[in-house]
Write a protein that binds this ligand. Sequence first.
Ligand SMILES: Cc1cc2nc3c(=O)[nH]c(=O)nc-3n(C[C@H](O)[C@H](O)[C@H](O)COP(=O)(O)OP(=O)(O)OC[C@H]3O[C@@H](n4cnc5c(N)ncnc54)[C@H](O)[C@@H]3O)c2cc1C
Length: 556
Amino acid sequence: MSSMSRRGFVQVAALAPLAVKSLSLGQKAIPADHFDIVVAGAGHNSLITAAYLAKAGYRCLVLDGRPKVGGGVKTAEFTLRGFKHDTCSSSHSGLYDNPLLRDDELGLREYGLEYIDPDPIIHMPFADGSYLTQWRDLDRTCAEFAKFSKRDAAMYRRMYADYESVKHIFQAVAFSPVGFGKPLNDRLAEHSKGKFWQRRLAMSQWEIIRDNFEDDHCRAFMLTSPWANQPAQNPMTGRLAYASCNQLTTGRPLPKGGSGKLAEALARLIEAHGGVILTNKPVVRLIVENGKCTGVECADGSSFRGEKAVLSTIHIKHLVDMAPREMWGQDFVDGVESWQADCQVFVTNYAVTEPPQFSVAGGTLSPVHASLLAGPERALRFAFDYAIGAANIENPPLHVICCSVADPTRAPAGMHTLKLLGYQPYDLKEGPHHWDEIKEQVSEANLKYFRQFSPNLTDDKILAKVVESPLDIERQNPHNWHGAVHAGSQGPAQSGALRPMPGWAQHRMPIPGLYQTGATTHPGGSVTGAPGRNAAMVMLKDFGTSIEEVVKTSRK
Ligand SMILES: Cc1cc2nc3c(=O)[nH]c(=O)nc-3n(C[C@H](O)[C@H](O)[C@H](O)COP(=O)(O)OP(=O)(O)OC[C@H]3O[C@@H](n4cnc5c(N)ncnc54)[C@H](O)[C@@H]3O)c2cc1C
């Protein structure tokens, strides 16, 4: 599968079966100091950075501590053979806006990446037997709101139009490194409705929804996805009130074959351009020589040098311990110490013999995505439970994901994968380790609540399950520090020029030669690839070229 290239380093043939198995220096004669860039951690963001750098001709070595690349973008058969579960993310909505995919900048689709766009986008059943379904069609979705309130339907249409008119501004900010181009407020100031948006962004999500929607079903629907990000009543969460409007255009795309197909395609692209990927290589130390970061050392004692740079996606809480404190500077250390986790999830994955069936007029509906939220009050209660460290199993807000409905390759014929994702704090009053004692009970409570809406999934339909508490989510990937699905809170204190901390938001770290990408950097977590592409922009600029140049050359 691998061969020695003319340039004298290990090269993996394009479109070869995925070469992400662990190699060691003993097995392959890779000179330890023969790479331009060493990448520590192989989440989708750092793989994207490495893909642009490899396209630019830099020799990249990517190291990951786990047996498989991808981090939160991974698929595995961990319940039963043939059932392909996404270990974390399933929907890649944010990536659709990334020029990497939108403009196919690197020809990624040639490496086995294909997306499915489920319709309906999401279905929300209510305890009173009613439901609201979001379809890819605006009129059809507005008709769903109109079942509850014609006024709310008109408001949804108006909010959708308002959001569409400024969406390009949010995208431009997300897909630019901090300091590259104008900041959000300046861009909004140039827009005809800029003042309206400046106020909206400063408001809370709840204020906007409460003031503009009269019916509680519609309000609950408008609160669906955002509770995973920040409490709806927090100031400066106003943009989340528009999350479902944004979702109407992007949908909730799924990679065919599993979320991990994205990471696999990126790995193939990197290998096809001379890169090497080694797994089971936890990085434990940064090598700093003459004040410059020149490489990394792994837990097994192996070390690797990058002649030009080291790129990390190691969580900043761990990174800071990998070089002497004085090298970071006090501002950086203070920024790390005050970093907040927030937003933790609780997941049970099932192998099942049939998909969830929700009652709708004239029969049942089996969507890929469904959302359960008892009402607006339950969403507001969420912040309180987190604050007091309580695992609340009363009417638990749940996200129900059954990818195999739209993608039969995920399970044996006629069978399905099912994920029930709830929201629970990592820091329980009794301490995070208490999760090991109560996780089965919480999982059962989630299943019981879910069955009120989808009674067909009785015990005989469940073949196997795997439960993961917020503590388990941290155990599977150290980048999910304290179980945080986005590596840390995405509130105003950790956003934009403050992510990961003031003064260090441009992917360049205080130690020369060291760059940072991933969810701890702007614009944060989720599968957007924005931190990855933005880091590539900064690094390429520092190397005397540009992302535009690389894309232009790669298209020739
Ligand atoms: C249960 C769950 C469901 C989710 N669902 C969605 C969803 O549907 N849609 C969505 O957009 N987002 C979702 N997310 C969030 C999303 O998965 C993450 O925000 C995203 O994957 C972060 O990507 P990343 O590239 O920044 O880092 P990660 O994916 O976290 O990758 C970091 C990598 O670095 C490696 N690493 C860390 N430390 C070291 C070290 N010291 N040495 C070597 N390697 C190291 C890790 O092994 C990992 O491979 C979900 C998250 C969870 C937990």
